[in-house]
Every structure is written in C-alpha cells, then in structure tokens.
Design a protein around this ligand. Structure first.
Ligand code: ZN
Length: 483
C-alpha cells in the first residue's frame, strides 16, 4: 500500500498535444463485468484478487453518466452519439441530435441535425482513422463513428425497406460506411457483417444464407475498386489472410470475417481473428501516418453474451478485450497517444454472495438461508436465464453444468434478452491530457475533452489555449521588464 501511495504521489499529468487517440469501448461492460474479469484472470495467473488489469495501471479514471436524450437507461446507439460526437441523441438513433426522432427519415437527412464524430474531426485534421470490432462493422457502436441514421437497425437497404421507409432517401449504414463522406475515408475497417454489403443472390464464402441487399450493390467490390485507385488496398475475410497482410505497405484494409457478428471467443471459429490480432493490424497500418491517427476498438460481444445471460462467455470476451488494450498500450507511447477505455452502458449483472478468497467467480457462491440451495456468484436481474420453479422450488445450480461456456446465469425476470442497466460506467485514461478524466462526467463530455487534447474540431483546444497562455505570459514578462 505504501508503493501504491508513492505511485499516486508521483503522478504527473502529460500536458502535450495528443497526436494519436485510441478509444477502447467495452459494450455493456459494467463495473461488475470488469471485476469478474479481473478475478477470473487472477484465478488463471495465480494472482487471485491481487491481479492487475492493463487499464488499471492507467493513471486517471472517471465515472461516466450514460442516460440518453429520452431514456434513463441508454442503448448503444444513443450512447455512441454521445461519447463519440459530444451530443446526446434519442434512443436507437446514431450521429444525429435529439431533433431526430426514431424512424424519422426526413429529419435524419437535415444536415444541421447531424453531429460530428471525433473520427471525422481527425480526418478533417488530415490524420488516419480506423475502426475495429467483433460485431458487424455496421452495428451501433462502430457506426457512431461514421453514420447518421434515425434507426440503428437500418444497416442495409433491405432493413430500411423492411421498415417500409424509402431506402433511396434514408441511406443505410453499410452504404454510409463505403460511400459516405466520413465512412469512405476510413483506412482500416475490421469486424463482421458481410451480409449487409452484398446483394441477394450473392453467396457468402462461409454461410449458406448469402447477401441481404435489395439494391444489387456489392459494396465490398465497390470498396475494393475505390480504394485501389487511392493506394495499396486489401479485402480479407479469413484470419489467415489478415495475418498474411503486409501492413508495412497496405494503405487501406477491409476485413469482414463473418456473415453477421463474429463468433464468440468460446466458440473458437478458426476463420475469425482475435480482437488483439485485428488491433495489431490496425495499429501497424495507422501508426505509419506521421500526422497521427484515431482508432476505435470495440469489445462488442461482451454485451451480446450478457444479453443471453451467458456470463462465462461474456467474461472471456472481456479478457480478450483486455488483451487488445495491453497490445495497444505496448505499441504506443504515452507521451503522444491518448488511450481511453470505457463502456457505453451497464448490464444487469451482479457478483453476489460471500465466496472464500481464491474462489472461481464463475462458480457457486453460497447457500440460500431460505431454501438451502446453492446459488452462483454471478447472476442477472433479467433475461433468458430465468428458470421459474420446478416442483415448488428453484432449480439447483449444482445439478447444472455451470462450467459450460454457454451456461445461462440465473435471472429474476424472464426476458428473451437481458435489458441494459443504468448505473454509471468507468473510464480509464492514459497519455496526453488523460488528467481531464477524473471525477464524474457526462458521456457527451468525452469528445470535448478528446478534441481539446488532440487539437481537432470545434471548442476549446489545448494548442490554441497554450498559444494564448504563452502570449499572455510573454506580455506579462515584457511588462515586468518595462517596470
Ligand atoms: Zn446491448
């Protein structure tokens, strides 16, 4: 504890321009998820409760308030608008302010209602940008970087048509990624979701159910054709091909490794790279830009697994998320690269009971003093893990295989999928101006602080504030000399 105190006393803010910014977003990654991941990692390393995760070594952290413009508990779309563009939007809308209501195609096309992401700010400042996720690249969180839509589910024109809206008028998210002003300038795009990019009738290399687009557009081919004119471009859909990419000469990289979301880590799909492998490829390409870069990396399946109440799978995803963060930490310099690690919202998952030290948090906790049956340490307040009663009592988890990676954690209220939860989330920061992240802030504060640190976009900027301050100091010094 004295060493901890020493470290705290020796913290010095890095007051420099952030040349590069990396945002790590753990979808649905509540604080209890992080604690469980730490305990599980500690069990494997033998450090138990003393385990330290990479982001826990970051010098600054803050709590983040996540409510959206219209809901106390946010979804990933409205949250992405806030933490990536700096404005709170309505539930299930992306990259538009609260003037745009859900499904309002006309309003979503009004330029004044569009919000600008920090990714876009970096592009306008002449820097390179990239997005990496294990979900579809058109899913809500990554889309928050480049899309403007009144409905997060309008990922392909087929989705827009299904909603009986005009897909000619309301551009789908995949089209915005390949043809949009911001999306078309992203240099590295890695994740899942091929179905949103290819037309009906076009077979998928892995899945019998092929393309989903109604408009006949093959956006993967379009991307390849466009980017080949601009530089060295590669499209890959298999892990082996990603690992074979020469990142020292590649300027543009599109990787779509699954028909929909990528597979859960516990399912060990050999065609899927890990989040860490994708992050490495992205960083190797983006760090070649001497002007700097912005990279968004999402641990997107932590939330998906929680929605299914599969806490064992969710924790594995959280551990994979940490590996990607550790890699980025080792590949970049805190003197010029600001790294943020945060979540978009919580999940209704808790760690309860009085396990002995050194226990497996994914195992049993204790026995109920009412029915005498054991219960697991991790549980949900709602979701498909609801079991009801059998013969007048709740099922005994010790008679179930809770070591199965897809084991359903117990839930109190039955739901097809869990809801999100509304308490604050964490944010860890290291690098230039990481000290702007202490205390408690709105999610919409994050982009404002990033713009200040990186000297991009509108609002206060460190570079101009510094210039003004130096000017004032000079004036003062001159004044003193005259006296
Ligand atoms: Zn969710």
């Amino acid at each position: 504890m004295q060493a901890d105190l020493q470290a705290q006393l020796s913290k010095i803010p890095i007051v420099k321009q952030a040349k590069n910014v990396i945002v790590f977003l753990g979808d649905g990654t509540s604080i209890s998820t992080l604690t469980a991941a730490r305990l599980e990692k500690g069990l494997r390393t033998g450090n138990f409760e003393h385990e330290v995760m990479t982001y826990e070594t970051f010098p600054y952290s803050t709590l983040i308030k996540t409510y959206s413009a219209d809901k106390v508990v946010t979804d990933s779309a409205a949250s992405a608008t806030a933490y990536l563009t700096g404005v709170k939007g309505n539930q299930a809308t992306i990259g538009v302010d609260a003037n745009v209501l859900l499904n309002d195609c006309d309003a979503m096309n009004v330029p004044q209602f569009h919000t600008k992401s920090i990714l876009r700010n970096f592009q306008e400042a002449g820097k390179s940008t990239g997005i990496v996720t294990v979900t579809r690249v058109t899913h809500a969180s990554p889309a928050g970087n480049y899309a403007h839509t009144a409905e997060r589910h309008w990922e392909s024109d087929d989705d827009v048509n299904d909603a009986e809206e005009d897909s000619e008028l309301c551009d789908d998210v995949a089209e915005q990624l390949v043809l949009g002003e911001t999306g078309s300038q992203i240099k590295v795009i890695l994740g899942g979701g091929r179905q949103k990019f290819t037309p009906k009738g076009v077979d998928d290399p892995e899945d019998g159910d092929g393309g989903k687009r109604d408009d006949g557009k093959n956006l993967i081919e379009t991307w390849v054709n466009q980017k080949t004119l601009l530089g060295n471009a590669s499209y890959v859909w298999h892990r082996n091909d990603l690992l074979g990419v020469d990142t020292s000469t590649t300027d543009y990289l599109l990787g779509l490794f699954d028909w929909s979301h990528m597979s859960y880590y516990v399912d060990k799909d050999t065609s899927n790279p890990t989040l860490e492998e994708m992050t490495r490829a992205a960083l190797e390409i983006l760090t070649r830009d001497s002007n700097g870069f912005y990279l968004f990396v999402e641990g997107g399946l932590i939330d998906r697994a929680h929605h299914l109440n599969e806490h064992r799978s969710a924790i594995e995803e959280a551990l994979e998320f940490e590996k990607a963060i550790a890699l980025a930490d080792s590949m970049t310099d805190p003197e010029d690269t600001l790294i943020l690690v945060t979540a978009d919202h919580s999940q209704p998952v808790v760690i309860n009971g009085y396990q002995d030290r050194g226990s497996d948090v994914l195992g049993l906790a204790d026995y109920s003093d009412v029915d005498g049956l054991p219960y697991t340490a991790i549980m949900y307040t709602n979701g498909p893990g609801y079991r009801g009663e059998k013969d007048g009592s709740r099922p005994d988890p010790s008679e179930e295989d809770y070591t199965d990676p897809h084991y359903l954690g117990a839930a109190t209220v039955p739901m097809i999928e869990s809801n999100h939860a509304g308490e604050d989330v964490f944010l860890y920061a290291r690098g230039p101006h990481a000290h702007l992240f202490t205390g408690i802030h709105e999610n919409a504060y994050i982009p404002h602080a990033v713009r200040y640190a990186a000297c991009v976009g509108d609002g206060l900027q460190f570079c101009s504030a510094k210039g003004a301050k130096e000017g004032r100091e000079e004036e003062q010094t001159e004044g003193e000399e005259e006296e």
